[in-house]
Design a protein around this ligand. Structure first.
Ligand SMILES: NC(=O)c1ccc[n+]([C@@H]2O[C@H](COP(=O)([O-])OP(=O)(O)OC[C@H]3O[C@@H](n4cnc5c(N)ncnc54)[C@H](O)[C@@H]3O)[C@@H](O)[C@H]2O)c1
Length: 341
């Protein structure tokens, strides 16, 4: 097993790609050898900053470069499948931004291709490397929260409207990947409402409800149209409750609160009691999630193991999005107004 730096190419240097590039440049175990974007002006700007890099507008030049062992793709969602497939077919390991592909059929094909070739395929579910998310997963695993009754999440802000996908494809992968990892299960049923408020045909607000085999239910609000930025998830368990607020200086707050209920033993009253205890704000690691994510990609290639943000988890996320889209096509129960007034 080689310990020399992994030769990487970063493809797509729009809004997000430069963050991946910066973290890869900082990662000692990797060496960015090439950058690629269809836009010359974008490449010129990064060449000024990183003069040692080779830049190209041609993706086949990346795939034909033997120094490139892994390709990191941060292009629009509609291009993920073609670019990732071509890289796997050229024998390169692939990191591809979320969502893994634009359909579960495409995502499955990529998973099979990577498996067959013994290559790492990793979707960019960044939040699985975010210290508050990791902390809450550990609490759930230890049973600190008890049975998870429900989860309610808001991921809303003003912008950025995407041209090729709806808000469900853009912001949904964050919550769907976090829930998949926390709960260790896929939803068993989905219902949803959405509306295209600004661009006709491109929903910019969605309310998604998920039900899990264990009984947990979840409500997720996603929007590019909101008065202020919210990144807040509440997890309500039988033992404790947690609020994860990614915009706060105290991103995780654990409430030792709950309620219990006992059936009457005789013909007496039901016994219901509420408990409000200490609120604890645990210290969270200040590390940048993207750095941990790129480290995990490097580690998965070196040891031929699954990264935490595994290809199958990425496929599960795409399947969840498809289930949401299907649910959006179904009509909700009509409100039957009483005629007797
Ligand atoms: N993990 C996260 O938190 C996070 C955050 C934002 C965006 N993203 C993801 O990153 C990806 C890119 O999003 P963005 O907002 O940066 O988009 P963007 O449109 O700002 O940038 C995309 C770049 O890719 C280039 N490009 C397009 N097609 C190409 C091709 N065939 N070959 C080479 N370059 C090509 C474009 O010229 C552009 O510079 C999306 O998949 C998005 O979901 C992830």
């Amino acid at each position: 097993v080689s310990e020399r730096p992994l030769g990487v190419a970063v493809v797509g240097l729009g809004y997000w790609g430069p963050n991946l590039l910066r973290n890869l440049v900082e990662l000692e175990a990797a060496e960015v050898v090439r950058i690629c974007d269809v836009r010359e002006d974008v490449l010129a700007a990064y060449l000024r900053r990183y003069p040692a890099l080779r830049a190209t507008t041609r993706y086949d030049a990346v795939l034909n470069d033997r120094d490139v062992e892994a390709v990191v793709i941060a292009t629009p969602v509609s291009t993920h499948f073609d670019l990732a497939r071509a890289a796997l077919e050229a024998g390169k390991h692939v990191f591809v931004e979320k969502p893994l592909a634009s359909s579960s059929a495409e995502a499955r094909e990529l998973v099979d291709l990577a498996d067959g070739a013994g290559l790492v395929l990793m979707p960019g579910h960044t939040f699985l490397y975010s210290p508050p998310v990791v902390l809450i997963r550990e609490m759930i695993e230890r049973g600190d929260l008890g049975e998870i009754y429900f989860i309610s999440s808001s991921r809303v802000n003003l912008g950025l409207h995407q041209s090729d996908v709806s808000v469900v494809w853009d912001l949904g992968p964050h919550d769907f990947s976090i829930l998949r990892w926390w709960l260790g299960e896929s939803p068993s049923s989905v219902s949803a409402l959405s509306r295209a408020c600004v661009i006709p045909g491109t929903p910019d607000v969605a309310f998604v409800s998920l039900q899990y085999p264990s009984g947990t239910i979840a409500q997720i609000e996603l929007a590019w149209l909101a008065p202020s930025k919210l990144r807040r998830t509440a997890v309500v368990g039988s033992e404790r409750m947690v609020v994860y607020d990614d915009t706060s200086t105290e991103p995780v707050r654990v409430f030792n609160s709950g309620a219990s209920f006992r059936d009457p033993e005789s013909f007496g009253e039901y016994q219901l009691s509420y408990r409000t205890g200490d609120i604890v704000s645990p210290r969270v690691d200040p590390v940048e999630p993207l750095f941990r994510q790129m480290e995990d990609f490097r580690k998965a290639i070196l040891h031929r193991c699954e990264p935490r943000s595994a290809a199958r988890l990425g496929l599960d996320v795409v399947e969840t999005i498809e289930a949401v889209e299907l649910a959006l096509g179904r009509s909700a129960a009509p409100f039957a107004r009483s005629t007797a007034r």
